[in-house]
Design a protein around this ligand. Structure first.
Ligand code: ADP
Length: 620
């Protein structure tokens, strides 16, 4: 094959531009990224080799080798992992293959990283981090049964591909270091950087050093292993520092912050496994970018890495959890697909789920401030569990925080506190969902509850309206949306008024579109009218949101409730009684409806008509 020059995909070119032009701090992460890739490549071939020994080609002395050449100013990182075919090289090193890179670009724009270069090093950019320290990068790689190929780039718009003469499977990456990055030729620097980032990797990281034999004066190459290679989850808890946990978390999560909580335990008894799980504090950005609804943990069987693709070790609503599970009860030599079906995994999932929920409950109890941050970032995901995990519904509900009519804006309460403070004789947990606090805190739906001193939870996360109804009840108390269904009312009191309003009510129902019933209510104090949905209907603001997303929303059939004590309601009733054909009756009735629509959080279907009706009255 002749040499071939190819262009990087545009997004990648932007990324490389940013890396080569503005990355100065945290440069040492390039070594973590490259060693991490080498380690993954070894894991991959080792796993494939379980079922297909041929692919190992007799090399299974897993090793990642680092070699510095002072004269040539190069640092080489090589592995005997899975290697890449020509197509794979183009796919992996020429396009934006991994989600993190895309996320990085989005984030880079958002944070204006070009002008804030110090921030950049905090993001993982994978292989391309090489260009933070190198002005020329060569990758020579060979996959089983494929010819070796050489990729070379200066990190500008293009890369070249050509034949290579590597004979053994694996990948060798040579960095020609920039003038100001030659410190990475220094053995001490290499040693400390590897220790910091990669000490726990389960494959040996070896530094090739030269030693002069004192007698013969001949230089000999020596191998020095620089990582201790102890799988962190197998070590006793009390011997592991927070820093070590933190580095390991960063290694598996691509997050740059430390985790909020670390869960490390051995399960013993019916099923035995070791788990090391982390609850992040903030969303790692691969998570912000990718909407994968499943949870992924790294599964090891008897210390052999099987996959990070397993999505049934934790339910999807705990997908923010990162970590490792190592089981010696699972069979090693089976395909991923068969393993995925193993009933043991079910048991492991139950156990892990319980642990995570318990940890979160403890966090809420002991470190409320930190819990609030967690809640801010992940509660929308956690709430999905109300829908999917019936067994743990109440435990999940216990972890949710809400605004409330009894608290200042921004302050939160929870179901447990709500129930504890319930008014005497109150049977239901009352809530109102809406777009934001200010749009609902003065809502007519709240008037009677405020007057009675009853607390109403204000649910302003868009997902609330979908998932909270699924909870149905909490500690035996029914959940009740105050804008849906009937509320407890003084029926006796309304009886007399109903007689007076009977004729007008029939008239209004025939006149108004989308209204299946008109009735009197005692739920209102200051407002004249309110729209009430079915017990299980969506709230108007959610319908609005769905419409904006281009979804079909079936026409809503609501109940219009009128406050018989209100002056306007009394007036229109009197006008109707005097002369049912008076045009004012029609426009006033429509105005009552219009204002109820607005207060419900929905949009008027005929805003111009509303303005005309209003103006007619104002000019009157
Ligand atoms: P990530 O590792 O997060 O996927 P990178 O940009 O670091 O992103 O690498 C892109 C892809 O290139 C990897 O997913 C992997 O398939 C491939 N790759 C990188 N380094 C190696 C290596 N040493 N051996 C084999 N494949 C590699």
């Amino acid at each position: 094959m002749a040499e071939e020059t190819m262009q990087f995909k545009t997004e990648l070119e932007q990324l490389l531009h940013l890396i080569t032009h503005s990355l100065y701090s945290h440069r040492e992460v390039f070594l973590r990224e490259l060693i991490s890739n080498a380690c993954d490549a070894i894991d991959k071939v080792r796993f494939e080799g379980l079922n297909n020994e041929e692919i190992l080609e007799g090399h299974s002395d897993w090793k990642i080798t680092l070699k510095a050449d002072e004269e040539a100013k190069t640092l080489t990182i090589s592995d005997n992992g899975i290697g890449m075919s020509r197509e794979q090289v183009i796919e992996n090193l020429g396009t934006i293959a991994h989600s993190g890179t895309k996320a990085f670009l989005a984030k880079a724009k958002e944070a204006d990283l070009e002008n804030n270069p110090d921030l950049i090093g905090q993001f993982g950019v994978g292989f391309y981090a090489s260009f933070m320290v190198a002005d020329d990068v060569t990758v020579v790689t060979k996959a089983h049964g494929e010819p070796a190929v050489k990729w070379e780039s200066k990190g500008t718009g293009e890369f070249t591909l050509s034949d290579a003469d590597k004979t053994e499977r694996g990948t060798e990456i040579t960095l020609h270091l920039k003038e100001d990055a030659t410190e990475y030729l220094n053995e001490w620097t290499i040693r400390t950087t590897v220790k910091k980032f990669s000490d726990f990797l389960e494959h040996p990281v070896v530094l090739l050093t030269k030693e002069k034999d004192e007698k013969t004066e001949i230089e000999e190459e020596k191998e020095e292993q620089i990582n201790t290679q102890k799988a962190i989850w197998l070590r006793p808890k009390n011997e592991i520092t927070d820093e070590e946990y933190g580095e390991f978390y960063k290694h598996i999560s691509h997050d740059t912050n430390s985790p909020a909580e670390t869960i490390h335990y051995n399960a013993e008894g019916a099923i035995e496994f070791k788990a090391l799980l982390f609850i992040p504090e903030h969303k790692p950005f691969d998570m912000m970018m990718n909407n994968d609804p499943k949870a992924h943990l790294n599964l090891y069987v008897q210390r052999v890495f099987i996959s990070n693709e397993f999505d049934n070790l934790l339910p999807g609503y705990l997908r923010f959890v990162k970590g490792v599970v190592d089981s010696s009860d699972l069979p090693l030599n089976v395909s991923r697909e068969i393993l995925q079906e193993n009933p043991m995994l079910d048991k492991i999932r139950k156990n892990l789920t319980a642990r995570v929920l318990k940890t979160l409950a403890n966090m809420k109890k002991k470190d409320y401030k930190e819990f609030e941050i967690f809640h801010e970032n992940f509660s929308a995901i956690l709430k999905e569990g109300l829908q999917s995990d019936w067994e743990n519904k109440e435990k999940i509900a216990d972890l949710l925080l809400f605004e409330s009519t009894n608290k200042a804006a921004g302050e939160k309460t929870c179901f447990a506190d709500y129930v504890e403070n319930m008014a005497e004789g109150q049977k239901e947990i009352l809530y109102l969902a809406g777009e934001n606090r200010s749009s609902i805190e003065n809502s007519p739906y709240l008037e009677s509850f405020k007057a009675d001193g009853k607390e109403v939870l204000l649910m302003i996360d868009p997902i609330d309206d979908f998932v909270i109804p699924q909870l149905m009840e909490y500690k035996g108390k029914k959940l009740k949306a105050v804008n849906k269904g009937d509320i407890e009312e003084d029926k006796e009191k309304l009886k007399d008024e109903e007689k007076v309003f009977e004729g007008f009510i029939g008239y209004a129902k025939d006149l108004l579109d989308g209204i299946k019933e008109v009735k009197l209510t005692s739920r209102l104090k200051d407002s004249a009218a309110v729209l009430v949905g079915d017990e299980y209907s969506m709230s108007p603001h959610i319908e609005e949101m769905m419409r904006r997303m281009g979804q079909d929303v079936p026409p809503r059939e609501s109940v219009l409730e009128l406050n018989p004590e209100h002056a306007v309601v009394k007036k229109v009733q009197a006008l109707y009684a005097a002369d049912a054909n008076d045009p004012k009756v029609e426009s006033l009735t429509k105005l009552l409806h219009d204002q109820a629509v607005i207060a419900s959080g929905a949009k008027l279907s005929d805003p111009a008509g509303f303005a005309a009706r209003m103006n007619a009255f104002l000019a009157d």
